[in-house]
Design a protein around this ligand. Structure first.
Ligand code: SF4
Length: 305
């Protein structure tokens, strides 16, 4: 075992690694500045169990009802050699194939959960994304379609990097109206592929993240030592969100107010600093922001007096 593999095994407490899914890679690349998540995901740490141990359990995920609905829909599509799915997709000569998927994450190869349906037709691979949200009168919830497109892009990219000719148009298969009958729609994921490639390139190498940890460091120690980059979006995407939010609030970080506020205050890290600048404090590091904040404070005072 290499030294890095040994360090990652310590982080897992010796347990088997949790495998990546397209959903977890899409979520990881949504916050490429978070070294903490990058390291824990690379090690395959069970973040849900870790959040429990840290006293801030995760509160997101599908409801029991939604999980049952998803499993029922997937079972229906798998029946009779995917007969209904193939009929919905209506792609000439298509057959279902399986491919073992790996993708490099932060410099390390990661195995992907084999949770996708893949079609081969005329020598080309086509990714099928099965989702249990309904398409009603031809309309599907935009945020859910966008999330499905990001996940499908992970599969397309992994296949292409393994040398497979893979279409950038993926089939999104969902239940139609209020029945469980499948309907397929083509989604172009070229934009998502571009974003994903850029974000993957921005991830810090795992070996660099693990380097500063003492021998035998556990996941809890890693959480204390490796910096996070909390944003409210973490609440829907990462099991550690409640822990990181608490930490960021205690430190008074502007990150807790959302990316738009953080960007608007131009890199000033804490709410206390923002208030000091708005009160007229000088800043050699952020002179323009200091001026803007002081002006904003004056305008507000005038408007409310
Ligand atoms: S919740 Fe914490 S660990 Fe997860 S991505 Fe956000 S900041 Fe990083």
């Amino acid at each position: 075992m290499t030294e890095l593999a040994e360090r990652l095994r310590w982080l897992r407490g010796g347990a088997a690694p949790v495998r990546y899914t397209a959903r977890t890679i899409a979520a990881l690349t949504a916050n490429p500045g978070c070294a903490r998540r990058g390291l824990l995901d690379a090690a395959g740490v069970d973040k849900k169990a870790l959040a429990d141990r840290l006293g801030h359990p995760a509160r997101f995920g599908q409801s029991r009802f939604a999980i049952t609905r998803t499993l029922g829909f997937e079972a229906r599509l798998k029946a009779d050699g995917y007969a209904e799915l193939l009929a919905a997709v209506a792609l000439d000569g298509a057959r279902v194939v399986t491919v073992e998927l790996t993708i490099d994450i932060a410099g390390e190869p990661a195995a992907l959960e084999p949770d996708l349906v893949l079609l081969r037709a005329a020598g080309r691979l086509h990714v099928v994304q099965v989702k249990s949200f309904a398409v009603v009168d031809g309309q599907a919830p935009g945020d859910k379609v966008a999330a499905a497109a990001r996940q499908a892009a992970v599969h397309v990219l992994a296949l292409r990097r393994l040398g497979h000719d893979t279409s950038h148009e993926v089939y999104l298969v969902c239940p139609e109206n209020f029945s469980n009958a499948p309907v397929a729609n083509l989604v172009d994921v070229r934009r998502e592929l571009g974003v994903l490639e850029r974000q993957l390139a921005r991830l810090t190498r795992v070996s660099d993240l693990a380097e500063g940890l003492p021998d035998g460091a556990t996941a809890e120690e890693a959480v204390e030592r490796v910096p996070a980059r909390y944003a409210p979006e973490c609440l829907a995407a990462c099991e550690l969100a409640f822990y990181c939010r608490q930490e960021a609030r205690c430190a008074g970080e502007t990150d807790t107010l959302g990316r738009s506020v953080r960007d608007a205050v131009g890199g000033v890290a804490t709410v206390a600093e923002v208030r000091a600048l708005a009160a007229g404090g000088a800043s050699a590091e952020h002179p323009e922001i200091a001026e803007l904040l002081a002006t904003a404070r004056t305008l507000r005072a005038e408007a409310t007096s």
